[in-house]
Ligand binder design. Structure first.
Ligand SMILES: [Mg+2]
Length: 306
């Protein structure tokens, strides 16, 4: 089947697309780096875009790092990047709790130290980071001591996730006044060599299942990620380009917020995935079809240097 919307970006069309935008939002993993290695040519692309006057933002669902940790990683890999250009879900969840939930109290955090730091920067105290072990019998679990100041449960990536944490989250969420927020719903974190490990979506699903409640999700494809950037920098969606490797998060976010969308094939999604969405005839799946695609973002470099 011919791919009509998802056009391969090449030649003069690259320059035309870049001329039509003033801001470019990049997903990170699978787009500008893979694990700890920059995608070849990616630092030059980012640095040239900025040199040419474009605003660049880094928008990632990964909740394991603070803005500062991302800025440090970007710098180490050769990207010219500032902390305030980074929008990870550790930071965005803290903004969400403060501005949307208007949280007045503590957070029970299933997550990392990085998430706790971002919450603290926003003036929100978090409890629960680190291992939690179950003890006693079932009746003890149902009466586990709770902090009365906790007014929200936040679930992000937590390598210490356990039955004890799941139970504690459930006990907090039995109170209907307790707010329930998740960083993102990514089910797997892809690794090199077709390997993968369970993602935050698995942990969030477990807590949702136990609590019989749905979390408010901050990360892509939730439009909050774009709103968070747009609230700090004046952005016209028509003049923004979202670049990502995942159709269900990056491209979906771009489409639903009215941004132009570019899929890069250095990460998770493939052209076969795009074609399946196009063939489906389903309006929601159509939103996951990008406007353009490239094999790697390095392909746009000649247009920036020319
Ligand atoms: Mg990605």
């Amino acid at each position: 089947m011919a791919v009509s919307k998802c056009a391969r970006l090449s030649g003069a069309s690259i320059g035309d697309l870049l001329d039509s935008v003033d801001s470019v939002l990049f997903d990170c993993d699978g787009v500008i780096w893979r694990g700890d290695q920059a995608i070849p040519g990616a630092p030059e692309v980012i640095n040239s875009l900025k040199k040419g006057g474009k605003r660049v933002f880094f928008v990632t669902n990964n909740s394991t790092k603070t803005r500062k940790m991302y800025a440090d990683k970007l710098g180490k890999l050769g990207f010219n990047a500032r902390e305030d250009e980074v929008f990870g879900t550790a930071y965005c969840s803290a903004v969400y709790l403060k501005t949307v939930c208007k949280l007045d109290g503590k957070v029970y955090l299933i997550g990392s130290n990085a998430m706790r730091q971002e919450l603290e920067t926003m003036g929100i105290q978090a409890v629960g980071v680190g291992p939690d072990h179950i003890s006693g019998v079932q009746n003890d679990w149902a009466n586990v001591p709770l902090d009365p100041e906790v007014k929200a449960v936040l679930v992000g990536f937590d390598e210490h996730f356990s039955y004890a944490k799941l139970n504690r989250a459930l006990q907090y969420l039995c109170n209907p006044e307790c707010q329930f927020v998740g960083t993102n719903t990514d089910t797997r974190l892809p690794l090199e060599g077709d390997k993968a490990v369970p993602g935050t979506g698995c942990l969030l699903k477990a807590v949702e299942t136990a609590a019989q409640r749905q979390a408010q999700v901050v990360g892509k494809p939730s439009s909050f990620m774009f709103k968070c950037v747009a609230s700090q920098f004046v952005l016209d969606p028509n003049k923004c380009l979202m670049v990502g490797d995942r159709l269900d998060t990056d491209i979906m976010l771009g489409s639903s917020c009215g941004l132009k969308t570019l899929l890069t094939l250095t990460g998770v999604s493939t052209i076969a995935d795009v074609e399946a969405h196009q063939r489906s005839g389903c309006p929601i799946r159509q939103e996951m079809v990008p406007d353009y695609y490239v094999d790697s973002i390095a392909e746009i470099l000649p247009a920036l240097q020319g």
